[in-house]
Design a protein around this ligand. Structure first.
Ligand SMILES: [Zn+2]
Length: 232
């Protein structure tokens, strides 16, 4: 059937759903419905909500643009919530140096005409290592404070999530969380630690989270706003 709406959407029917809902994340529209709802039934329902969806998409796009991480001279790279200016220069060998408010990358001369891919690779490797070290310490502290003990921590690269907790008690954090402020990082770690108690997002789960992180709603909303950090 022809999509007559002013936006694209993905339809995801589920046997567990009783009502339909629209989710907008990372500039994409996802429509979750009960099994029996067809696209033909969905079209007029979405048509009524078209203005609302478009307003959200526009708002989300402007926050995606505002927080996009770009490889350009003088670009702002948030690290633990603090902005660092990125610069690169050409030299005999490659290296990366941290200054108080600046990250300086040295590149070999032959990359003069196409430096971005190498800068990206070097910066990502550096941040991944920094995140692994820092998150290990932070998670150990939070584990001691909460009494929730994971089997181990892994730091990985994800495009759609900040963290994960597996049923065998392994917590995985996205290294890109290094961009967030420490209180936002702490919320994600608390969230994953609480999955050791409840492997779901039930009321009981959220009451565990609230026990250690009363302002979790605010912090997770902030992270949703920074979804473009997942995209570089
Ligand atoms: Zn969760």
């Amino acid at each position: 059937m022809q999509n007559t709406l002013a936006f694209e959407f993905e339809h995801r029917p589920s046997p567990r759903r009783r009502t339909s809902a629209i989710e907008i994340a990372q500039g994409r529209v996802l429509v979750r419905t009960p099994m029996q709802v067809s696209i033909a039934h969905l079209q007029p329902w979405l048509k009524e909500r078209e203005a609302w969806v478009l307003a959200h998409l526009t708002k989300q796009q402007s926050s995606i643009d505002a927080h996009r991480i770009e490889m350009s001279q003088g670009a702002s790279i948030p690290i633990n919530g603090d902005p660092y200016e990125l610069y690169w220069r050409f030299s005999e060998s490659s290296s990366l140096i941290w200054h108080p408010k600046e990250i300086e990358v040295f590149l070999p001369h032959h990359l003069y005409h196409n430096p971005q891919a190498r800068v990206r690779r070097m910066l990502q490797a550096e941040l991944k290592q920094k995140a692994a070290h820092q998150f290990q310490l932070a998670l150990m502290q939070l584990s001691a404070q909460t009494g929730l003990k994971p089997k181990k921590l892994e730091v990985k690269s994800y495009r759609r999530r900040w963290g994960q907790c597996s049923s065998d008690k392994i917590i995985t954090l996205n290294w890109r969380l290094i961009h967030a402020r420490p209180d936002v990082q702490r919320y994600v770690m608390i969230h994953e630690l609480c999955h050791l108690q409840e492997m779901n997002h039930s009321v009981r789960f959220w009451s565990w989270v609230a026990r250690f992180c009363p302002n979790h709603r605010e912090l997770s909303a902030e992270l949703r706003d920074k979804s473009s950090w997942l995209q570089w």
